[in-house]
Design a protein around this ligand. Sequence first.
Ligand code: TTP
Ligand code: MN
Ligand code: MN
Ligand code: MN
Length: 372
Amino acid sequence: CVSKDTDVLLTVAPYACQRQTPLTHQNSEIIDALEKLGKAAALRGSEVRSLAFTRAASVLKSLPIRLQSADQAKNLPFCGGHCQTVIQEILEDGVCHEVEALQTNEQYQCMELLTSIFGVGVHTAERWYKDGVRKLSDLDDPNIKLTADQRAGVTHYTDLQRPVTREKADRVQHLIKNALHRFVPDLEVTMTGGFRRGKQQGHDVDFLITHPDGEALSGLLKKAVDWMDSQGLLLYHHTRVRSRVQAHRRNVPMDGHETCYAIVALPNLDTSKAGAGVGSDVTFPGARAWRAVRVDLVVTPYDEYAFALLGWTGSKHFERELRRFSWHEKNLSLNSHGLYSTEKQCSIPATSEEEIFALLGLQYVPPQYRNA
Ligand code: TTP
Ligand code: MN
Ligand code: MN
Ligand code: MN
């Protein structure tokens, strides 16, 4: 039995961290459908189903060719079963019926709206939905308690929904560096997240901050944030200081670094309207001299910098796959603080992303190919 050409050609490594995933790909319609179904599953609380769709979509993102048939994909990792139906429908009809049905699914639409608010997760959205919340204005009800994050998220909802362009991200970077360098002139500030992966727009701007001298970092975030606040540059901030416990525990799941989730008032380039400062004209956006932009600031000790850089560059799925690979294939625990061998009970240091990939026995994947 001779296999068809296509069967031979289409091979994809099982873990996203073992392959290159560029920003643009050949099968966008199929990938969009799979990602929508993945999101719908997550909004229903089915994490396992959601992950299955996310994995299938990610595999197709690394394919160098446009699929001609569902059959061509059937032996690719995670692309069997349900995924086959989705591919077939898109290729034959141009639409997937399950995805179409989501457009008229009130619960899905509502959950999508509510979880798009800064500070609102699936759990909160579900509770609100059960309590009858259907649109943003329903949240004005005094019986609904909002956290400070959520309050800010609702207040600046329209601005935060608009994608942040690279040009705006660069201006945010300038503003953030200016604030930080007032306190430590030679501080290292790196833009991470989607922009480091080459995206042209994002939902926020992420920064990683470090310095070889740990003393220079002590109390820095608070000082810089307070200064920006005093200048009217901050619409909201939530600064989380690293606790002693977290600081000494290596295998915390996500992040124990000193972190600031902020909403910056980015001044508009058109200065003719300057003078209308923060809070002056919230009800007339056209007259405002600024626009709200979500910013994440993370401070990392110098010896953890490479791990933090790798951990905050993403994509989220790439990170999840790196950790899964480390754990299941190498018996090592990886997070944004370090690499830990549970067997030998010691952490393994590294000073660059290249070194971390090498320690894991992986070929280096540059940021622009981590769009899994
Ligand atoms: P995001 O900023 O959420 O995503 P992104 O930059 O890839 O895309 P977008 O354009 O929509 O902003 O997260 C960036 C990385 O930061 C992600 O890989 C995971 C990491 N991260 C943490 O480590 N801890 C956290 O609490 C969050 C929110 C993100
Ligand atoms: Mn981001
Ligand atoms: Mn972010
Ligand atoms: Mn740490």
